[in-house]
Design a protein around this ligand. Sequence first.
Ligand code: ZN
Length: 494
Amino acid sequence: MTGYKIGVAGFSHETITFWPGLTTLKDFEMNAYHGEKVIEKAKGTNSCIGGFIEVCEREKVELLPVCVASGGATETVADEVYAFYVGEMRRGFDEMKGEIDGVLLSLHGAMATESRQDPETDAVREVREVVGYDIPLMVTFDLHANKDGAILKEATAVFGYQSSPHVDMRNTGIRAANAMMRTLRGEIKPTTALKKPGIVVPSVFSATTVSPAKDIIDRVHWWEGKPGVVDVSALFGFAWSDVSPLGMGMVAVTDDDPKLAQEIVADLCELAWSKRRELTGRSDAVLHGVKEGVRLAIEKTRKAEKPIVILDHADRSNDTTYVLRELMSQDAQKTAFPMLYDPEAAKKIVEAGVGEIVDLEVGATTGWRDGGKVRVKGEVLWSGHGKYMGTGPMSVNREVDLGPTGILQVGGVWLQVISRQSSLLDEDPIKQFGYTPEDFDIIVSKSKTHFRAVYEVIGEEIIIIDAPGQCPADLGVLQYRNVKEGVYPITLND
Ligand SMILES: [Zn+2]
């Protein structure tokens, strides 16, 4: 037993500030755990806290959990949510004060509240007010974090996911916890740098299996192999959060070598800047309009041996109807449309039951850039409570609860309607309901990059449609007010 004790907490949200309305405490509490439950729920999962637990068990370190809460990727977070969880962290860490040797925090990095543009840095500052600056405090961030140098005044070091799809969340927790252990044992003295290249990347271009995001991550790993380097991250930012730290941020953690840290982040910024047009979708024709994209997908199915995947990347509420309407209008066949969010419609389908014909309106529940309701008529293929244990690379060992769920056959479209927000991360939404991806010629995904871990393999080709939606690749349609000067392509263009 080393005798070390480490406090742990998590607080995550990816905020679309343009989306009218607020994400409330109730929304967070649906995915929140407190005290020992944190460990019970996160153990063995692909999550940062899952990674923390793994290292601490191996090192025989005691983890003292406060809380973990996630509100998903939705509207601006209500101030009461920040006050609630950060208040809980303050109280929890205050009780541990003097007893703990370090703090591990799992944050997202793209949260915005009613009154805070950088709530994570504020939260870490509040934790520091309680535990002081004498113990190491490591923070993990999502790859889509909007962060600037202010965070490094509060955190000893920060660690971002290096993959989108986020198949490495657990590994990011392991990286942070390992650095914590090495710091506690006096093996390293972390020195850090964060530099922003001034680029805002729509998430669809942050897929790290595809260039140029892949080239940036390759460079991150190349740097990690150099002597004196502890860890390197490229935070790609989250484009639809109108906050002052918006955009990419390169992070380096070195061993007592601030100059090397500066050199690494400057190099990564230069590389990103040279690829700015590709990173913002300005250089090629990878994006298709709705009508043309659907037509192309149908045409491609004639020669394809595996399903064609349509990516409707702009949909953040999992309920926009632009692509569904077009698939119906072009009479697409053998088409899977998994995970359309509409609790009211799902309830009606479940009430009708399997084998019945239903005629109802679906989708478009937000009333904001959602495409409007679509009327569908079809036979109920499946109905009930959609709940299972995840098997895919991102959701492994995690309970997925879709609430009341119904599957309809609408012409050639297999339409799955769900009651709790979720998107297509793996084969589970199809397989757990008795079907396989191979049953279909076209599969529609509203997951931005995560689906790629599985669907790049089982799909023939991915066709990206830039439907109007809440988070379009064309950022010019949104009115940014808080973004600094010189940020490409919002306040700077070429
Ligand atoms: Zn992300």
